[in-house]
Write a protein of this length. Structure first.
Ligand code: ATP
Ligand code: MG
Lengths: 275, 360
């Protein structure tokens, strides 16, 4: 389709607007993290850094506990993501394929998990974890993250599963593949974008989770980035350079994850299967 | 290798009975074809044989073994789907070898069998490709390859050629026929292309609304249909049906007339027992290819369309009673649109059907 000039202008100015809204704060943070302190607090903000320094990063990684927080966060987010994907895939397949009483009701019900404000479930969860001795463990965060990511992940994966032509599965059944093999060797590769979406969703949700991390973790050494970092910048008067460097460093694992998982977002995976 | 039998098989989806009692025995090595209009239950029947659909009532046996409740993979069948249903992320070789892998065969044996199948199906150059890098015909051959490596007792095909273009369809039809001759296994094949049915089948099953209308060899169904449905379904172009009246019955013949069409007392051979009283209003069936100059019967009508196919032509004409007929003609030049013409036919090859559509 050929676009007319006004259409092109509208399209590109729209794109630019979206790009600015999303990109500007990000650019502000990243560019600010390498500016000298006096440029950061300059009365006239600079769009492009006039000075360059790595002092904020050096301070962040050498004289704060940030590296420990980073390791904790990566551990918690990775475990949460892996377990969520590992649980959501078979659960979604069961909702998609198996017949059992109450299937549809249960499927609708699982999203009810999101109906309660998090703060409401915080207290009972705290009590529960206190009983089983999970307070102040990173495991408790992994469990909470999974519990919150799972319902949506099951929903998402089920809708991806339903895009796979039924005959492919039937052919596998006739070929003698058991359900486990059909799921792992046939369905999973065909819904790679769905798995990637779930993985990114869970990783980011775990990465940015603050409330539970601030309540369930007591000792400083086990803190995750959002909570630990809040402590760093609040401790003294606000060190803007340190804040921006920490915010920048916190995005890096997410960017790496996108680069890694992004390859799975390909279309046309089932091309050639039918037709 | 084994035969197959269906015993009063029924299928209900909710309250709707889509297969209403099918009894059928397929001999070992037979090529059985299901034909019938869309929605008559051909696929459902085949899927019940495959085990992809449960049987609501009745029994299915494969080689004397009751498989009604047996897993699809343990029935000794292989199925080729209309939409190839290949595994898109696997190479051709892995696709073909997949059932063997599932059966737990060692890799070297899988490789050997895959190579064998690829040779039979001319797929050798494509073994390392993905399905999306193949043409439609090649994809369908991969699907067939995946079926033959398992050496099944029974092959099931659900309209395997209907996604292909006309030329490829003819080529693949020949390949399937050749495969049947080579493998000599039992094949059950669903199609609504009656040329496929006529050329491939040892026996054809004509289905309508979940019931068997008639079973027989292709020629048998063509020459000896049991009712107007089968007569109209087998043969292309369709058989012509003309309303006539029986005036008398004698010595195995019914003498039929239709004054408006210029037919009087044409003798048509009866198949069954002679009815005691003339059955009155009946239907006369004449195939387009059974019109010939100098025949004893004749219908006159106005030519409406002439379809020229080269060797033969089909002349469509409107009769006086408003019905349409199609006549095969060697020479289209003798027909002109809008002109009246008398079409002679051979009463010996005409068939008679009662008011209920049953053959007389
Ligand atoms: N899963 C199902 N649930 C309800 N009804 C179904 C289901 N599958 C098929 N049917 C119905 O059963 C009837 C037979 O369907 P089937 O697919 O066997 O027809 P078919 O003869 O193969 O037709 P076609 O030539 O169009 O493929 C149809 O009326 C269809 O609507
Ligand atoms: Mg069908």
């Amino acid at each position: 389709m050929k676009r007319t000039l006004p259409q092109s202008v509208a399209l590109y100015s729209g794109l630019l607007l979206v790009f600015l809204i999303i990109g500007m704060p990000f650019w502000w943070v990243v560019s600010g993290s390498v500016k000298l302190p006096r440029e950061i607090i300059a009365r006239v903000p600079t769009m492009f850094p006039q000075s360059f320094t790595t002092q904020h990063f050096e301070k962040l990684f050498q004289s704060t506990d940030f590296p420990a927080y980073l390791v904790n966060s990566i551990g918690v987010a990775l475990f949460s993501t892996i377990v969520t994907v590992a649980l959501a895939l078979p659960a979604a397949y069961a909702f998609f394929r198996m017949r059992f009483p109450g299937r549809n009701a249960l499927y609708r019900l699982i999203l009810l998990a999101y109906a309660f404000p998090t703060i409401v479930v915080l207290i009972p969860i705290y009590g529960l974890f206190a009983k089983v001795g999970l307070i102040d463990t990173r495991t408790s965060l992994v469990i909470v993250n999974i519990a919150f990511a799972l319902p949506f992940s099951i929903w998402m994966m089920r809708s991806f599963l339903s895009t796979v032509p039924k005959e492919i599965e039937e052919a596998a059944i006739i070929d003698g593949a058991p359900a486990r093999v059909i799921l792992l060797r046939i369905m999973a590769p065909l819904i790679a974008p769905g798995i990637a979406s779930v993985a990114i969703f869970t990783f980011i949700a775990s990465w940015t989770e603050y409330l539970f991390a601030s309540v369930l973790i007591v000792s400083d050494a086990r803190r995750t980035v959002p909570v630990g970092f809040a402590g760093i910048i609040g401790q003294y008067q606000i060190d803007w350079g340190l804040l921006l460097a920490g915010a920048t460093a916190a995005t890096i694992p997410v960017v790496i994850l996108f680069a890694f998982v992004g390859r799975w977002f390909v279309s046309g995976l089932t091309e050639g299967a039918v037709k | 290798m084994a035969g197959l039998s269906l015993k009063s098989v029924k299928k209900r989806f909710g309250n709707v009975e889509v297969v209403t009692g099918v009894d059928l025995t397929v001999e070992n090595g037979e090529f059985l074809v299901f034909v019938g209009p869309s929605g008559c239950g051909k696929s459902t029947l085949l899927r019940m044989i495959a085990g992809l659909e449960t049987v609501s009532e009745g029994r299915i046996e494969i080689g004397d073994k009751d498989v009604t409740h047996v897993d699809p993979a343990k029935r000794g069948i292989a199925m080729v789907f209309q939409t190839y249903a290949l595994y898109p992320h696997m190479t051709v070789a892995t696709n073909i070898g997949f059932p063997l892998e599932m059966a737990g065969l060692p890799q070297d044996e899988i490789d050997r069998k895959v190579a064998e199948a690829a040779k039979v199906l001319h797929l050798e150059p494509y073994l390392q490709r993905k399905p999306r890098e193949l043409s439609g015909g090649q994809r369908q051959r991969v699907a067939i390859g995946r079926a033959i490596v398992r050496q099944p007792e029974v092959f099931l095909f659900d309209e395997p050629l209907s996604n292909l273009d006309a030329e490829l369809r003819i080529q693949m039809r020949l390949e399937i026929a050749r495969l049947h001759q080579e493998l000599k296994s039992t094949m059950v094949y669903v199609t609504h292309d009656q040329v496929e049915a006529m050329t491939l089948a040892t026996r054809i099953v004509v289905l309508r609304a979940g019931r068997i209308e008639q079973v027989g060899s292709p020629l048998d169904l063509y020459e000896n249909p049991d009712n107007t449905f089968v007569a109209g379904f087998i043969g292309s172009p369709r058989m012509n049906f003309v309303k006539v009246r029986v005036v008398r019955v004698a010595e195995g013949f019914a003498f039929v007339s239709a004054e408006a069409l210029g037919l009087s007392e044409i003798p048509v051979r009866l198949r069954g027992v002679e009815p005691e009283s003339p059955p009155g209003d009946v239907t006369l069936g004449i195939r387009p290819e059974h019109f010939r100059d100098g025949g004893d019967g004749a219908l006159s009508g106005i030519v409406s369309v002439v379809e020229r196919l080269g060797g033969t032509s089909y002349v469509h004409a409107a009769l006086n009673d408003g019905s349409q007929i199609t006549v095969e003609s060697r020479d289209p030049r003798e027909h002109q649109v809008g002109r009246a013409h008398t079409f002679a036919f051979d009463p010996d090859s005409a068939l008679l059907f009662g008011g209920d559509g049953k053959r007389l």
